[in-house]
Each structure stands twice: as structure tokens, then as C-alpha cells.
Design a protein around this ligand. Structure first.
Ligand code: DGT
Ligand code: CA
Ligand code: CA
Ligand code: ZN
Length: 593
């Protein structure tokens, strides 16, 4: 049965669609922009829109871009599951029309003309018409535009079929490409860095953007297209090239003169929205900013003043400084509030990997890991950590060879013996306890009280309704011996959607009960993500960052977990496992009474 409840993401998608319809119908730009702005705000709310709504349309106006009229429409949607306005304006709109908008260079105006004048209502019809040379009948269209459209259809197809690559795959691959280019080009490379979404540490990467500063661009381009990682060359010019790597990832390379390095790195790091806002700040100061640097402008109308000199920014710092801003860490460049903070010189001092003193989720061969506790501990210690919680699964999770109370006791004997081995390191007795479908737990309170700390999570019955799964999790975290709730939304990037959990409610109860919430840094999880992390901090929930390692390599999860925390604006003091174990211990609710 269909779920009548609309998620934030679905509501945002509906508003984007309304904007597209209005645009195709030739509505005034202002109205279209308003819908897009509201869609964007709802998409990045970080909490369920119902928590703001609370059955009163007036409350919705607190959301950016939502005025009275839209508030009423959203109110109707939240109450009834339908929006009559959408029904009205989408009436008679062929569904295929929206896919036309995903083709590069095909905007709403073109779509409207294709539809009205040639009865083209989907991609298949457009492709047929372009091949048959029928588009040139339209005013302003020629054989070249037909070619361009066919190429665009192809590009849109490719984009749709290739899912975005996990950060955990793209990041090491980018390092590999950078190292290979350095080895091949030596001194010809003055500077090299990955830019784009990878530098911003987004959980998934569309394509890799690599920048090189050099006075010998052709050498760099030649070396690049000849790397052993290259499967296919898409394009090769004098200063840029684009390839498909053996692993399927597209890599765009741009070579530029060193004097443009700062502005180019800034531009190609994005995000696009951040860049748009930054350019506006520049314009307000009479400067036009591009990847090439700054140029003074007299006014928007007059354009660049003849003879006025360009201003180059060899470093990225200088780009932000020139505008009176603090340099903004790439992870924050998603157009939330980073520019405002940078203006006021109030950017957070973001947490770094080296701030972490321990890891509170890891698995050994006692459950679904493949290494001994000792191997895991030595690997954590080699990374400079001082404590490691072994959180093997509890019996409720049969598939992972979950531990029974008897095996838990046996494990403790092993841990006690191991802990005699080190002066500077400690293995903590812990467990990843499955929250059963009804909210009950695998172990008795009496046993739970004897662990150093207890974590809970959900791996089963993930399709429960919002009410059920929320009640289930809340019941678990209200237990006085449950210290941490792991990977809260249970999503798997590209594989499994989040559960229907009411996170806002969980945040509230977590704060009330002193339960910690986790950023699980395993690249396939990254859960909580940046938007949720930001919200959790706002509410005042305490956060920990864990690797969820199942092998020594798995500790790289700490690096990606820290990246999510940085994207969410966290400082070291916002993350409890930056504390020594003796300090953290005192903060656990089990030790607070
Ligand atoms: P991705 O590849 O989908 O994971 O995301 P990005 O952010 O890497 O996007 P990409 O590869 O299309 O472009 C790299 C950066 O270049 C982007 O973050 C900002 C900049 N950029 C690209 N196109 C535009 C544009 O049309 N306007 C502005 N302001 N910046 C752009
Ligand atoms: Ca990219
Ligand atoms: Ca790109
Ligand atoms: Zn787990």
C-alpha cells in the first residue's frame, strides 16, 4: 500500500516539478524562482516538515521562500496527501515532458515550443524528430542544433545510467591519479589538487575534477591521457581533457597558469550555489569574479572598465580575503550559512581527524568481522587512537553470528587479558545490540550494566511505519544502559533508503536521556549525514564519530566520518570521542547518576 505521508525530499521534488510546469507554461520568472527556493529550503531542512507545520499553515512561513499562498498549499498536502493546485496546473501536461528538461541545453522555453509546434512530448519523439531532420522546421533551429540535441540525449542517458560513486572509492582513486601525474610530470606541475564535490567531501561523487597549475600544459595533458588508469578518452584539448577511467569514473583535468590557481581552485571546487553567492558578494564590491580572477566593474550595465587591470589570486586564501571573508573550508561550501559566518569571521574551527582519541564502533571475528580483537586493537593503536570499543553484534542479529550472553562473558575474559598488554591503549567492552521490532532489547539490564558502554541499532524490520519505528527506537534509547544509537537512519548509500524514523523526535529524546548519536563513517553508510549532524548540534544532542571497522583497513571510516562532521560544521568539542576515555566515561548516562 502507498504511504500517504510525504517526505521532505518528495515535497521538494513536487515543488521543483511545479516550477518546471510554470516555466513551460511561460509564467513570470519571479514565481518560478519562488517555488525553487522553497523546494531547496525544504530539501535542506534537516528535520521533518511536520515538526514545523504542527497542523498550522502559519508555522510553515518560517521556512525560507514559503509565503502565505504556498503555506496554504503545503498545509493541504500535509493534511490530505494531495495538492489541488498541482492537480490543476499539471492537467494535460504529458509526463514525458519533464524528462526533456534533463537534456543539456534544452530549457523550458524550448520544451514549450517542441510541444506546441511539433507535438514532441517525450525524449523518444525528440530523438526521432532530430534524426529525421524535422527540428530544423522550427525557427532558429538548424542541422547543428539537431546534432547538439542528439548528443545531449546521449549525455543525459549516460548520466542517468551511471550512479554516483561513493566518496570512499573516489577519494583514494583521486589520490592515485594525483600521484601518477606527479610521477609522470615532475617539476612541470607547480600545483595539483582535486576540486569539485570530492574536495567538498560529498558522500557521492558524479565525476572527478582535477586541477593542475603549470607552464607546460601540453605535457600535462599528454601524460594524463596516457595514464594506465585511462579506459577511454572523451576529449583532449590544449588545456583540458576528459577521460573515463578503468573503474568507470569520469575524470576532468584542467591545466592553468599558476597566476590563476587561486581563483580556478575556488571556482572548480564549487558548489555551484556557493559560487553564485560568492560572485554576488564580489559584484556588491564592484568586482567581477571568475575562474580567471577578479576584474573591476563600474556597474552591471557598463561591464568591465576598459584598461582597468585584472587582479590575480595565486592562492585561494587571497580570493576570500579580497572580499573581506575568512577562507572557507571546502566541506562548508554548500550555500548554507558559510558566507555569512565568513563575513562575520565566525566560521567554526572544524574538527580534524587527529582530534579523535578513540573509536566506539568496531567488529571482530567474534561476530561479522574477520580479524581478532587483538589485530583490530593493534591497528587502532597504530593509528594513534587510545581506546577502541569492540561492538560485536548481539544474538538478535542471527546473520552476523550475534553474541549470546554466554559468549559475551567469554569475550570479556579475552579483553581483560589483552588489556594487560598496553599502558597507552584500552579495549572497551561493548556490544552492538539489535533493537528488536517491538523495541525490546536482546539483553537484560543486569548484563547491560556490566559493559563499559552499550550501543544499539536497527538492521531488521526497517520497513516499519514512521510511528512504529520511531516508538521502537525511542523505547530503546530510554534504557538507562543504552549509551549510543548507531547509524541512525540505517541508510546504505546508493543501496537502501533511510527508514521512516522521525529523527527530530529521536533527537529530542536523545538529548533528554543523554544518549549519544553516531556518525558512522563507513563509506557505504555516512549516517548521520551533514544535514542531520547540523540539526543534531542545533538541538544539543551529543555526537560521536565511529569507523564501524570490520577489518584494520576499515578504520579509514574515521576519516570519512570526520568529513561528515566537518560538512555539518562540528568542532572538536562537539564530538565526545575527542575526549580521553576517562573523561568520556564520566559523560555516559550510565555513570551520571
Ligand atoms: P559532481 O561532479 O556532480 O559530484 O559535483 P561537482 O560539484 O563536482 O560538479 P561539477 O563536476 O559539475 O563541477 C565542478 C565545479 O565547477 C562545481 O562544483 C562548481 C563549478 N561549476 C561547474 N559548472 C558551473 C556553473 O555553471 N556555474 C558555476 N558557478 N560553477 C560551476
Ligand atoms: Ca565533479
Ligand atoms: Ca566535472
Ligand atoms: Zn551496524
Amino acid at each position: 500500500m502507498a504511504e500517504p505521508r510525504w517526505t521532505n525530499a518528495e515535497i521538494a521534488a513536487l515543488l521543483y516539478r511545479i516550477a518546471a510546469i510554470l516555466e513551460i507554461q511561460g509564467e513570470i520568472v519571479f514565481k518560478v524562482v519562488a517555488y525553487r527556493r522553497a523546494a531547496d529550503a525544504i530539501e535542506h531542512l534537516g528535520r521533518d516538515i511536520r515538526d514545523i507545520w504542527q497542523n498550522d499553515p502559519k508555522n510553515l512561513r518560517a521556512i525560507q521562500g514559503v509565503g502565505e499562498a504556498l503555506a496554504d498549499k503545503l498545509d493541504e498536502l500535509l493534511r490530505t496527501g494531495e495538492m489541488s493546485y498541482y492537480k490543476k496546473i499539471s492537467k494535460g501536461m504529458p509526463v514525458g515532458i519533464f524528462e526533456l528538461l534533463t537534456i543539456p541545453d534544452v530549457g523550458p522555453k524550448t520544451v514549450a515550443r517542441l510541444w506546441k509546434e511539433l507535438k514532441i512530448t517525450d525524449v523518444a519523439k525528440l530523438e526521432k524528430a532530430a534524426r529525421a531532420g524535422k527540428l530544423r522546421g522550427l525557427k532558429g533551429f538548424g542541422a547543428r542544433s539537431e546534432e547538439k540535441i542528439l548528443a545531449g540525449i546521449e549525455a543525459a542517458r549516460r548520466k542517468k545510467s551511471s550512479t554516483r560513486v561513493l566518496l570512499g572509492v573516489a577519494y583514494p582513486f583521486a589520490q592515485e591519479i594525483v600521484a601518477a601525474l606527479r610521477a609522470a610530470c615532475g617539476d612541470a606541475i607547480r600545483d595539483i589538487a582535486p576540486a569539485g564535490s570530492l574536495r567538498r567531501m560529498r558522500p557521492t561523487i558524479g565525476d572527478l575534477d582535477i586541477l593542475v597549475a603549470s607552464d607546460a600544459p601540453q605535457n600535462i595533458i599528454d601524460a594524463f591521457v596516457n595514464l594506465s588508469q585511462v579506459r577511454e578518452i572523451n576529449a583532449k584539448g590544449t588545456t583540458k581533457a576528459s577521460i573515463i577511467a578503468q573503474n568507470g569514473l569520469q575524470v576532468d583535468l584542467r591545466v592553468l597558469e599558476p597566476k590563476h590557481w587561486g581563483s580556478a581552485l575556488q571556482y572548480f571546487t564549487g558548489s555551484k550555489e556557493h559560487n553564485v553567492a560568492l560572485r554576488q558578494i564580489a559584484l556588491d564590491q564592484g568586482l567581477s569574479l571568475s575562474e580567471w580572477g577578479f576584474k573591476p566593474v563600474l556597474s552591471a550595465v557598463e561591464g568591465t572598465v576598459k584598461g582597468e587591470k585584472e587582479i590575480f589570486t595565486p592562492t585561494e586564501q587571497e580570493v576570500y580575503e579580497k572580499l573581506g571573508l575568512q577562507w572557507i573550508p571546502p566541506e562548508l561550501r554548500e550555500a548554507t550559512n558559510e558566507l555569512e559566518l565568513a563575513q562575520k569571521k565566525q566560521l567554526p574551527h572544524l574538527i580534524e581527524l587527529k582530534d579523535l582519541k578513540g573509536d566506539l564502533q568496531s567488529h571482530s571475528n567474534w561476530s561479522d568481522g574477520s580479524f581478532t580483537i587483538e589485530q583490530m586493537a593493534e591497528a587502532a593503536r597504530a593509528r594513534g587512537l587510545k581506546y577502541l570499543a569492540i561492538t560485536d553484534h548481539s544474538q538478535g542479529l542471527g546473520i552476523a553470528r550475534g553474541l549470546t550472553p554466554e559468549r559475551v562473558k567469554q569475550q570479556w575474559v579475552e579483553i581483560d587479558a589483552l588489556n594487560k598488554k598496553w599502558k597507552d591503549f584500552q579495549v572497551l567492552k561493548s556490544i552492538e545490540m539489535e533493537i528488536r521490532a517491538d523495541g525490546s532489547l536482546d539483553f537484560s539490564d543486569d548484563l547491560l550494566a556490566q559493559f563499559d558502554l552499550v550501543t544499539v541499532s536497527t538492521h531488521s524490520a526497517l520497513k516499519q511505519t514512521r510511528e512504529k519505528i520511531t516508538a521502537r527506537v525511542i523505547k530503546a534509547i530510554q534504557n538507562p544502559y543504552v549509551d549510543i544509537y548507531l547509524h541512525p537512519t540505517a541508510r546504505l548509500v546508493n543501496e537502501r533508503e533511510e527508514t521512516a524514523l522521525d529523527l527530530e523526535e529521536v533527537f529530542r529524546v536523545a538529548k533528554e536521556t543523554d544518549t549519544l548519536l553516531e556518525i558512522d563513517g563507513a563509506p557505504e553508510r555516512l549516517d548521520l549525514d551533514d544535514v542531520r549532524v547540523r540539526r543534531a548540534r542545533e538541538v544539543g544532542v551529543n555526537i560521536v564519530i565511529d569507523s564501524d571497522a570490520h577489518s584494520p583497513d576499515g578504520f579509514h571510516g574515521l576519516f570519512y566520518g570526520v568529513a561528515m562532521a566537518r560538512r555539518g560544521g562540528l568542532e572538536a568539542r562537539d564530538v565526545l570521542n575527542t575526549l580521553e576515555w576517562q573523561e568520556l566515561r564520566k559523560k555516559l548516562k550510565r555513570n551520571r547518576k
